[in-house]
Design a protein around this ligand. Structure first.
Ligand code: RUB
Length: 325
């Protein structure tokens, strides 16, 4: 088995966006949980469980707007707690193996879900459709690759996605796969929207109201699509649902570092005069990583269970996550 990434490596890479996108983040966090168990010198099952709880807490704190990571970690913790309680005769070594095999079946389920989403998503793409996408979502990439494999010949326009340019990653992956791809700046969306048949985005979180939390700029795109009567679809595994939002907690929007905005592009190079690298003393640079798109702007969620209207997403998700009344 290839060596697993450690807790500190994964936490560092999620914080710095080397690991980005909700699914990759969830997957890496689970890997770090398993590697915490593998490396642990705990003598008792309770000691190991406490170490896993603390690792999960560290991981969850790396990106607050990631319920898929939280739901996946909680699933593993719930599993291991139930396993420990029902198998008193087993030891720490057995507990580590149980976590490892739970992890591989969870990853298999993630594969199954993404393949189903790709199939349902591709079915929504008309032949030769012009599609606008934002940021980098492994789910959207998979749908578009599937549509391409099915001979639908989609034409994709990727928005660059300031400040960290994840849209370039999407553009590269799709064009290397063989699709016809354009890349443009975020602010071109208004002038391009009328040529589009579909806007497709991923999800970081879905609230109890069916609202979508995704990369900053998603809300603007949804409004544009709405104004032009263009379908706006979001593809997401049901694990993106944030159960905390049903208690009225508005998901916190992550505010990222100023240097991502000021320290890139022209401003990355030290320049004299007005373009100087230093930020003017009284200037406050804002860098919200995500925004919230109200449910009424979303035509449907493409999930592993098929196309779901935003108003029904929470009911389905609470069943799947086994959340009681
Ligand atoms: C990525 C982003 C993606 C979602 C879904 O933001 O907003 O649309 O995470 O991705 P960032 P996936 O680059 O800041 O993490 O479909 O891969 O889960």
């Amino acid at each position: 088995m290839k060596s697993l990434r450690t807790l500190s490596e994964v936490a560092r890479d999620i914080r710095s966006i080397r690991i980005q996108g909700a699914r990759r983040i969830a997957r890496a966090a689970l890997e770090a949980l398993v590697s915490t168990a593998q490396k642990s010198k705990a003598k008792t099952k309770n000691e190991l469980y406490q170490q896993l709880l603390s690792a999960a807490k560290t991981l969850e704190s790396t990106r607050p707007t990631e319920p898929m990571m939280r739901n996946s970690l909680e699933d593993s913790l719930r599993f291991i707690l139930a396993w420990t309680r029902t198998r008193p005769s087993k030891d720490v070594k057995d507990m580590k193996s149980a976590l490892l095999s739970h992890h591989s079946s969870f990853i298999d389920k993630m594969h199954e879900s993404i393949n189903k989403i790709a199939k349902f998503g591709s079915a929504e793409i008309p032949h030769g459709a012009n599609i606008l996408i934002h940021c980098h979502s492994t789910t959207i990439i998979k749908i578009l690759q599937k549509a391409y494999d099915e001979g639908k010949n989609p034409h994709v326009t990727c928005l660059e996605t300031r400040p960290l340019y994840q849209g370039r990653l999407s553009a590269r992956e799709l064009s290397e796969y063989g699709l016809e791809v354009n890349l443009t700046v975020d602010s071109a969306s208004g002038s391009l929207i009328s040529k589009m048949d579909l806007v497709l985005v991923g999800a970081d979180a879905i609230t109890a109201e069916g609202d979508l939390i995704n990369k900053i700029g998603t809300f603007t795109l949804a409004q544009l699509a709405h104004t032009h009567s263009i379908r706006f679809l979001c593809a997401a595994e049901i694990y993106k649902y944030d159960p905390l939002t049903r208690f009225g907690r508005a998901g916190p929007i992550e505010e990222r570092g100023v240097s991502e905005v000021w320290g890139s592009g022209l401003y990355a190079k030290e320049k004299a005069g007005k373009n100087s690298i230093s930020i003017p003393k009284k200037l406050k640079v804002l860098n919200p990583a995500f925004d919230r798109t109200p449910a009424n702007f979303i035509s449907a969620y493409i999930t592993e269970e098929g196309l779901i209207p935003p108003a029904q997403l929470a009911i389905l998700a609470e069943k799947k996550l086994e959340i009681g009344e």
